[in-house]
Design a protein around this ligand. Structure first.
Ligand code: SF4
Length: 362
């Protein structure tokens, strides 16, 4: 819903709205380890790593990961010189592992082609792998002071309510119109804080919001009308068999192909993840002739689909070698050194070893 006269009023007030937001941020900004003090620019490396971690992930989850990551790789050069396995290991549990692979790859590019410097504007930042419009705008505004708005779900929601916009596609233009030439990074972070704390999807605290007196949705007493909810796509289920081969205190792991979901990470060998369960033995693994027993089943939810996996177990008499770049026998005691994604960790839980010894006794 658009209110032309009210919108005109908002534009006349735009400097006042922006200033109210910045004043509020100066007093009440969340204290986060990756943030510069009010009015100051931040190191682009810090903005990049924190924003990459924060995509689809809660602040409280990111904080310990960010601390460990910055201790291991305090500079861009440290990250570029690290192995991908070390980077993935520190990312273990954060999910969306393509982000970790991209930041590692991009660190190499920045070192090789840009003398270790970040481009200083959103347009050129977006030419780097894994840096989309949001992250580019966040780095450009918070580290270089470029007046560009970083539109994420929180910012979109606040702007939609402030201007009573039902359609998300108009929000970026309205936000950009408010973005100040001075302190654009603080402006972006103020909107992020409002969206995360007071102007939430299903809960608002308008009385504490610095935009209350300007907010059209508040005036209508209809904050939840804006923006229209997105239609949720139905998640499909895929099926797979996971093969848990054990031999003399070792577990067989497979390094997944670089391209695709969980690329480059170690997990259990699996059948392809398909929409019907294919009851096949593992293809290409060094294990061919053992009898597999069903241990348990798990369901794991990814962004766009659900995976239902049957976990099969076999005790293998000796550790046959296969393609050594792909398959690896890892002692149980060293499993923690591999960046094993949550779906495989889930498969390996349920007191796996106890179940196995029980099966062996029967
Ligand atoms: S006044 Fe209420 S609805 Fe409007 S932006 Fe603030 S918290 Fe959101």
């Amino acid at each position: 819903m658009l209110h032309d006269s009210s919108l005109l009023f908002q534009y006349v007030l735009k400097g006042t709205i922006t200033q109210a937001l910045l004043n509020w941020y100066g007093h009440y900004a969340r204290k986060l380890p990756w943030r510069a003090p009010y009015g100051k620019l931040q190191d682009p490396y810090i903005v990049w790593i924190s924003e990459s971690m924060l995509q689809q992930t809660m602040v409280a989850t990111v904080e310990p990961y960010f601390a460990r990551f910055m201790t291991a790789f305090p500079t861009l050069v440290d990250l570029a010189r690290a192995s991908l396995d070390d980077v993935l290991r520190l990312w273990q549990g954060l999910g969306y592992y393509s982000r970790a692979r991209n930041i590692h790859y991009t660190a190499h590019i920045l070192l090789k082609d840009h003398e270790g410097m970040f481009p200083n504007n959103a347009q050129h930042l977006q030419e780097l792998p894994g840096i989309g419009p949001y992250t580019a705008a966040a780095i450009a505004s918070m580290a270089f002071g470029e007046p560009v708005v970083a539109m994420d779900a929180n910012v979109t929601r606040v702007i939609a309510r402030l201007f009573a916009l039902s359609d998300r596609k108009y929000c970026a233009q309205h936000a950009q119109n408010l973005c100040p030439a001075k302190y654009p990074g603080d402006f972006n972070q103020a909107l992020m804080d409002l969206g995360a704390q007071y102007c939430r999807a299903h809960q608002v605290v308008c009385t504490l919001c610095p935009l209350e007196m300007f907010c059209l949705a508040y005036r209508e007493n209809q904050p939840f009308m804006y923006p229209y909810p997105k239609e949720k796509a139905e998640k499909r289920t895929r099926y797979a068999l996971f093969f848990c081969a054990l031999s003399g205190g070792h577990l067989l792991l497979e390094r997944r192909p670089e391209k695709g979901l969980l690329g480059g990470l170690y997990g259990l060998p699996t059948t392809p993840w398909t929409e019907t369960l294919q009851n096949t033995t593992p293809i290409d693994t060094p294990i061919k002739t053992v009898q597999w027993l069903l241990l348990h089943e798990i369901t794991h939810t990814f962004t766009h689909f659900r995976l239902h996996a049957h976990i099969l177990y076999a005790q293998v008499p000796w550790r046959e070698k296969g393609n050594e770049e792909r398959f690896l026998w890892v002692p149980y005691t060293q499993l923690a050194h591999y960046g094993i994604p949550t779906v495989f960790k889930k498969a390996l839980k349920h007191d796996l070893i106890a179940k196995i010894s029980k099966i062996q006794k029967e």
